[in-house]
Design a protein around this ligand. Sequence first.
Ligand code: ADE
Length: 242
Amino acid sequence: MRVDLLTLFPGMFPGYLEQSLLNKARTRGLVDVRVHDIRQWSRDKHHKVDDRPFGGGPGMVLRVEPVVESVEAIRQQGGQAARLVLLTPQGRRLTQGVVEELASVPQLILLCGRYEGFDQRVIDILQPDEISIGDYVLNGGEVGAMVVIDAVIRLIPGVLGHAGSSREDSFSGGNRWLEFAQYTRPREYRGHAVPEILLSGDHQAIARWRQEQSYQKTQQRRADLLDPAASPPDAAPRKELP
Ligand code: ADE
């Protein structure tokens, strides 16, 4: 998958792109992430891309020409059907379902806004998929774009070490239960012991215990995720066992 980031702050990305899973995915050729400075498409000798809003008001607005022309140039470079996403608090909310949708395209162009927003004609002309990462206002779309990339790359075949890991994530493939508790060595720390059942070697019993944990945690913390007609823990529908 190819991901193009369009931003006024390209310096925000290298640290993130060069770490961990994403760096591995890039070096293995599974994702090709390119960061572009929208100022490159400015017609102004000082590389200005914003201006005061018509009608007055505080702040600055991103001009239509550099933004539209940057997206057009990148679409041409990619040579494939790219999905254009604009990160904005006014967009549809990012969920695992939306992430799955985005992970299925060959090229994503992530457009990060700043200031008071874009000239409306950017949206009218380019008709992007407007996405919000939550009901709060960030200083710009860059952190939202990192959230989108982070969630999307987990779903690209070969990116995760263990093939099943992303399928077992909370919220994936209709799974709406929160994760069960995990433990590793030591078996006891400051009087806190690992639950006996995890040491039993009984895989069926362990799987059952984990499902119950998952269900109870969801009921306590995020009852809104459960089907209103949900069965009690004992009769809870069993997820496929590993
Ligand atoms: N830009 C500013 N706030 C945002 C949000 N909540 N989601 C996506 N992009 C944003």
